[in-house]
Design a protein around this ligand. Structure first.
Ligand code: SF4
Length: 508
């Protein structure tokens, strides 16, 4: 049975060759991944990690016209309060009405954990449909119902027959995966199983008599437009500024661009099958959904890394252009854009040249940014990827070719980051959201690896990122003062050990 036919999606730990515990060089990491030894990496000690449900929720909360039913204890949904600020901004920035998603919780108690929570779930879905009239009701299945064995799919199937909304189950219990990126698959699995992804007659088009001249004209016009339409797949780490930049660049090649799946609504998602090409901006985000769209609708897809910096943006543009026979146009566009961007970033280069940076975050992004910053004259001391899987192989092949000895760690562990920063003493850390406070307490300036309110991709993104890096060096007194007054909970003996002392090769 294919993954897409299963009621519950696989987690990445099952679907891919994954590693989350490694330290060595880029070449050693590739050798290890190819030999399968990444699977044996483990730690003798772990600090807490993130929960895949949090990321699935971040994606679901962006969908326009959706209500969210959290099936679990009340605490699992608390991040929705904070999320609505970001999603409202994201909606407004994309020309949509900023309104936070209505969210409800089945608020499972001890009695439901013993007797089952299915009845409460049924009632909550019906209440959400009646009270809020959403287009979509996302049912988020957290740890508790998965442990007690609630049949969430059966409830969704039964209740979905009597609701006006599409009821979409999202199976993302935190305990089931060590890889937060499983969240992408959980979200897409819900969409592809429970939402219509094809246009509907009268709603999306007027069905005409098939033999009339008007129908022939309309069909030809439609087919031409479809042959020039590209779906871009965003994710939580890709903001509106980045979408705008890529739409601008592809628009300059004469392509029509639609952006999915965040910030779309059910009406827009029905058009997902009506494109000539699907394009992912990250090997880790979308392969699950894009493979499905290829299997179901025959739409080819391209996963050509992230358009970060001159070389990768050109490579990304040319890969898409090649699909449409527009290679020459893409080359000319990249030449012109690079010329103006090089002039624009010139003032920042002396400020960043020779500065020593540590990068940490998503596996593809850190690899791509390391190459870009080295090319611009920074000294990348090392990078830390939160996990590693086969999707990252292309960027690590490039990395191993250009910087074979660069230190690479596969780690999402804060105690290892603290140890590394103390030892390496970088001038700057470019790091994943959520670590800036720790880095400031360590006395090091930092720039966020991604930020939905800022630009990173393409030429305007490069300019914006370099400006932020240069700015981070202007005044570091905040970090210095903070570090002088903050004590971390680790013993001095921890800093004397190797940062990856606890990583061991062992069977899980
Ligand atoms: S790990 Fe489980 S219980 Fe904890 S927040 Fe995530 S889904 Fe909820």
């Amino acid at each position: 049975m294919s993954y897409y036919e299963q009621a519950v999606p696989p987690v990445r730990d099952q679907r891919l060759k994954i590693g989350d515990s490694f330290a060595g060089s880029a070449c050693e990491l590739l050798d290890c991944a190819k030999a399968g030894c990444m699977l044996r990496g483990n730690r003798m000690f772990w600090q807490t990690g993130a929960c895949q449900m949090g990321l699935t929720l971040m994606m679901a909360a962006t969908v326009e016209g959706a209500a969210i039913v959290m099936h679990g204890p009340i605490g699992c949904g608390t991040q929705l309060h904070a999320l609505s600020v970001q999603t409202n901004k994201g909606k407004a920035r994309r020309g949509k009405v900023p309104s936070p998603p209505a969210w409800l919780s089945t608020n499972l108690q001890e009695s439901e954990v013993i007797g089952g929570g299915e009845q409460k779930l049924r009632e909550t879905i019906l209440y959400a449909d009646r009270e809020f009239r959403p287009q979509i009701i996302f049912v988020v299945a957290t740890c508790a119902p998965n442990i007690i064995g609630d049949d969430v799919e059966e409830i969704v199937a039964q209740v979905g027959k009597s609701t006006a909304a599409h009821v979409v189950s999202l199976h993302c219990p935190g305990f089931k995966s060590r890889v937060v990126a499983s969240a992408y698959d959980a979200f897409y699995h819900g969409l592809l199983r429970h939402l219509p992804l094809e246009p509907e007659p009268w709603r999306d088009f007027v069905p005409l008599d098939g033999n009339s001249p008007q129908a022939g004209m309309e069909r030809k016009k439609y087919e031409f437009q479809k042959s020039r339409t590209v779906n871009l797949w965003n994710a939580t780490s890709i903001g509106a500024n980045d979408e705008d930049e890529l739409v601008r660049l592809l628009g300059a090649l004469g392509l029509k661009v639609r952006v999915f799946a965040e910030y779309a609504n059910a009406d827009e998602l029905r058009l997902v099958s009506q494109a000539a090409l699907n394009v992912s901006m990250c090997n880790v985000h979308d392969d699950y959904m894009l493979s499905f769209l290829k299997e179901k609708f025959g739409t080819p897809y391209i996963v050509a890394g992230m358009p970060l910096g001159f070389a990768d943006t050109r490579r990304w543009l040319c890969a898409i252009a090649a699909h449409f026979g527009l290679e020459r146009e893409a080359g000319r566009l990249a030449d012109a854009e690079e010329a103006s961007a090089r002039a624009a970033i010139e003032p920042f280069l002396p400020k960043i040249r020779g500065k020593r940076a540590l990068l940490c975050g998503g596996v593809v992004r850190v690899g791509s940014e390391a190459l870009m910053l080295e090319e611009l004259g920074m000294n990348v001391l090392g990078l830390r990827a939160y996990h590693y899987d086969d999707g990252a192989e292309p960027i690590f092949e490039q990395l191993a070719g250009a910087l074979p000895d660069i230190r690479v760690a596969v780690s999402n562990q804060l105690f290892e980051l603290c140890n590394q920063v103390k030892k390496l003493k970088p001038d700057l850390v470019i790091s994943h959201m959520g670590t800036q406070g720790t880095l400031a307490k360590l006395g090091v300036p930092s720039v966020q690896l991604f930020d939905a309110d800022k630009s990173f991709f393409g030429y305007s993104g490069l300019f914006s990122l370099l400006r932020r890096i240069a700015f981070a060096f202007e005044n570091t007194s905040y970090q210095e003062r903070l570090a002088a007054h903050v004590k971390f909970p680790y013993r001095d003996s921890w800093y004397e050990k190797d940062a990856f002392y606890y990583i061991k090769n062992q069977e899980r």
